[in-house]
Write a protein of this length. Structure first.
Length: 402
């Protein structure tokens, strides 16, 4: 029994000596830094009121001390830790700080002979100014006709994180009307088929610190008087188109995907122009058509013509998102002008081989020539505009500076 106790004592002694030796080795030769983690303040984020931060640290030997700096001021100086792990609370009252950019910096010193220093830095922004907003171009109620675009503008007192317009059971993003502007705008499309009614338009504005304010206005959809038309395109022509063109469902799929990626800013500047010198208007926007092949439907564009095979150009600056041939729209080019605003050009005889999908083009850039490819009975251009993938009257975008 005594022998066993002596053996255990020897083993314990050797273990203790080994532990002491390893610790002394770490103390003299461990050059590693402290692992730091700061919870409560993240890089580039905005904060208001009092923020409770948690600082966590760990070192294989021990952490000797930490210091914390806020901008040029030292909040904590060489606070002794003396252990391998620690957690420390750092309250930051942003109400004592100016609105704008600030730097929180942490310095940790390892408890080894080398005293390796580790730094952690957070850049953050303070915003304690209450959000304020007001309509610019709406006075209690907005009236808009079927097939038109409602242009909403409002002013805020500071840049915001996001602004969402809710109307007609849909949501639309609002963006600054120009870089660094405090006036935000949104484009609300009203479909031809939208029922005349009274509705409510709401804007939810979220500030960068998470606070929310809202605006509200009455919205009245007014009935438009649309023409009626009957046309007939031979089944033989459409059979021939089907042999060389993709189905128009493919076009709609491309446009739906493009809408998700449409820039949240205007790529255009100034007014839109017509895509050609209009000498004839064959079919107005919103005309209720009856055809043997497609039945009854609303014509979602403007059918216009100059001379056969006359030039068609970009109505505004934009990005080419579609350049292909489809059964009903024929040779088709689509431009994305940003903010979910698309221009579509159908039935082209040919398409400019100098433009490609993904390319940015300027207003007036040739896109192709008028033709009768697709579901067409004669040379013309089907000119269409969509906002949030809802077709709207393109002439309004020429007559009005959006």
């Amino acid at each position: 029994m005594v022998s066993k106790l002596k053996l255990l004592a020897c083993l314990f002694g050797f273990s203790l000596l080994g532990w002491i030796g390893w610790n002394r080795y770490n103390y003299f030769f461990d050059a590693s830094g402290t692992t730091l983690a700061l919870v409560g303040i993240e890089n580039g984020m905005y904060y208001s009121g009092e923020v409770d931060c948690k600082l966590n640290g760990q070192h294989s030997f021990k952490v000797y001390a930490v210091s914390v700096f806020l901008d040029d001021h030292q909040l904590i100086k060489n606070f002794r830790i003396g252990s391998r792990e620690f957690e420390h609370s750092i309250p930051v009252d942003t109400r004592t700080l100016e609105d704008g950019r600030h730097i929180l910096k942490v310095e940790a010193i390892a408890g080894t002979s080398q005293g390796t220093k580790t730094f952690l830095e957070r850049e953050f922004f303070v915003d304690n100014q209450p959000i304020q907003a007001a309509f610019v171009n709406v006075n209690g109620e907005s009236c808009v006709n079927q097939g038109k675009t409602l242009h909403i503008k409002f002013r805020v007192n500071k840049p915001v994180d996001s602004a969402i317009v809710s109307a007609l059971s849909q949501e639309f993003v609002a963006v600054p009307e120009s870089k660094n502007s405090l006036i935000y705008e949104s484009f609300v499309p009203v479909a031809c088929e939208e029922e005349p009614k009274d509705d409510v338009l709401k804007i939810s504005i979220k500030e960068k610190t998470g606070g929310v304010c809202s605006l509200e206005s009455n919205l009245k959809v007014v009935q438009s008087q649309f023409k009626r038309q009957q046309i007939n395109v031979s089944a033989q022509k459409m059979d021939e188109e089907a042999k060389v063109a993709a189905d128009n469902e493919r076009l709609e799929s491309l446009l739906a995907e493009a809408l998700k990626n449409s820039p949240k800013e205007k790529l255009w500047s100034g007014s839109f122009c017509t895509p050609l010198e209009i000498k004839n208007v064959y079919t107005d926007f919103g005309t209720i058509r009856t055809t043997q092949l497609k039945g009854r439907y609303s014509h979602k564009g403007l059918d216009v013509a100059d001379m056969p095979k006359s030039a068609v150009w970009a109505t505004q600056h934009g990005k080419v998102i579609v350049k292909d041939r489809f059964v009903f729209s024929g040779n088709t080019v689509v431009l994305d002008h940003g903010c979910g605003v698309f221009s579509l050009f159908f039935h082209l005889e040919d398409m400019n081989n100098k433009i490609e999908v993904g390319q940015l083009v300027k207003q007036g850039t040739p896109l192709g020539t008028t033709g009768m490819t697709g579901y067409a009975t004669g040379y013309h251009l089907h000119w269409e505009m969509r906002v949030n993938n809802i077709s709207v009257d393109p002439r309004q975008w020429v007559d009005t500076k959006f």
